[in-house]
Write a protein that binds this ligand. Structure first.
Ligand code: ZN
Ligand code: ZN
Ligand code: ZN
Length: 374
């Protein structure tokens, strides 16, 4: 079911549909074809679910947006004010050809399809329509990476909820007596209690596991003196996500390089956040964090980009990475999350979600950045 759990701002969605079709025209395509996912949620307020039966929003340049949906899945879109949005709904039943319905809803044959559309549908649409296909992602991301006030408010709410989870010191110390998985379970419950609809991911990396940036959790018992990386995120009702990392230590660290190395990481993260303002490029922010870490001799141990955009998806544009010369604009929201990973020993990461504002930066995660001694 395409459950609609957040508030729907009709005028904002109308404006997005208009801008998306305008951008498609500028990109030289005749229509956007959007299957269920975050692009669909961005445009009509419901993301839907993708099944073997085709659901597709056809957004022709200068024409009427049409949602082609299986009759049996139409109830899931009942909460969408399609009339006010000017979206026509065309249903189909088994035995009919939904690809022909999409073709009939557009003019011209140059289509841009949602990046995550299943190949099953992409190929059949291509066969039915006949023209060249390209990706819709580069068109839609121009809209999605520039957040409006309501989107920023939703990200701020998600960040504040996650700040409370990291601040719930009554839960994390359970680490001292448990496994990574037990701690992750406690934290997942706290993520929901504090206002997320679901705990999308919980990373609890203790000791050497902390040196693996995308470690999830395990049955490893967390021992005294170990450094623990806790990286957590999930969506709030509006669909916008939190994503925040803090690093903890179980009492006095058992490695003698923890304090000095962590101080380098903290300086790098702070410098990168403070560098955020309109006009600075994404790669410059990456370079600020990276050079602090490299100058201290840890460059080879910072093995990923400094950050990623965030919104309806946890990872989206703009990416804060070397080679991305995109200048920041007010309304661009993204993570700043440098890490230092010492293989086989321990690791640390500090992650805040920030947004570029007219004259600087606002951070949505405001827990202290120091290594938290439990
Ligand atoms: Zn990641
Ligand atoms: Zn994270
Ligand atoms: Zn992240």
């Amino acid at each position: 079911m395409a459950t609609i759990i957040g508030p729907i701002d009709v005028s904002a969605l109308r404006a997005r549909l208009d801008r998306a079709s305008e951008a498609a025209g500028q990109a030289g395509v005749d229509a956007l074809l959007i299957s269920p996912g975050s692009d669909l949620r961005y445009l009509i307020g419901a993301g839907g679910d993708s099944f073997e039966r085709l659901t597709c929003l056809a957004l022709p340049v200068g024409g009427t947006p049409t949602l082609v949906v299986p009759k049996l899945e139409q109830p899931g879109y009942a909460g969408i004010p399609t009339d006010e949005l000017g979206v026509e709904v065309v249903t189909w039943v088994d035995g009919e050809d939904p690809y022909a319905l999409v073709k009939a809803a557009i003019k011209g044959s140059r289509t841009a399809v949602a990046d995550m559309m299943p190949a099953l549908h992409t190929i059949k649409l291509g066969n039915a329509i006949g023209g060249p296909q390209s990706l819709a992602g580069p068109i839609i991301r121009e809209l999605r990476m520039r957040k409006d006030a309501a989107e920023i408010a939703a990200l701020r709410k998600a960040g504040a909820a996650m700040t409370r989870v990291h601040g719930a010191h009554g839960r994390v110390p359970a680490a001292s007596a448990g496994t990574e998985r037990e701690v992750a379970g406690d934290i997942a419950a706290a993520i929901v209690e504090e206002g997320h609809t679901v705990a999308d991911f919980v990373i609890v990396g203790s000791g050497p596991n902390g040196a693996s940036p995308h470690h999830r959790d395990s049955d490893r018992v967390i021992e005294a003196g170990e450094v623990v990386v806790i990286d957590i995120g999930g969506p709030v009702a509006e669909g916008y996500n939190s994503d925040s990392t803090r690093t903890y230590v179980m009492g006095e660290p058992s490695h003698d390089d923890v304090w000095d190395t962590y101080a380098v990481l903290q300086a790098a993260q702070q410098a990168a956040v403070e560098a955020v303002k309109p006009g600075v490029t994404c790669e410059e922010i990456d370079n600020v964090a990276r050079s602090v870490i490299a100058d201290a001799g840890f460059g080879e141990f910072f093995v990923h980009r400094t950050g990623h955009g965030i919104g309806l998806d946890v990872h989206e544009e703009p990416y804060i990475v070397s080679g991305n010369a995109l200048p920041l604009e007010a309304g661009m929201a993204f993570s700043v999350e440098p890490g230092i990973y010492l293989p086989g020993r321990w690791g640390a990461r500090i992650e805040d979600i920030v947004v570029a504002t007219e004259n600087g930066v606002e951070s949505f995660n405001n827990r202290p950045h120091e290594l938290v001694v439990l």
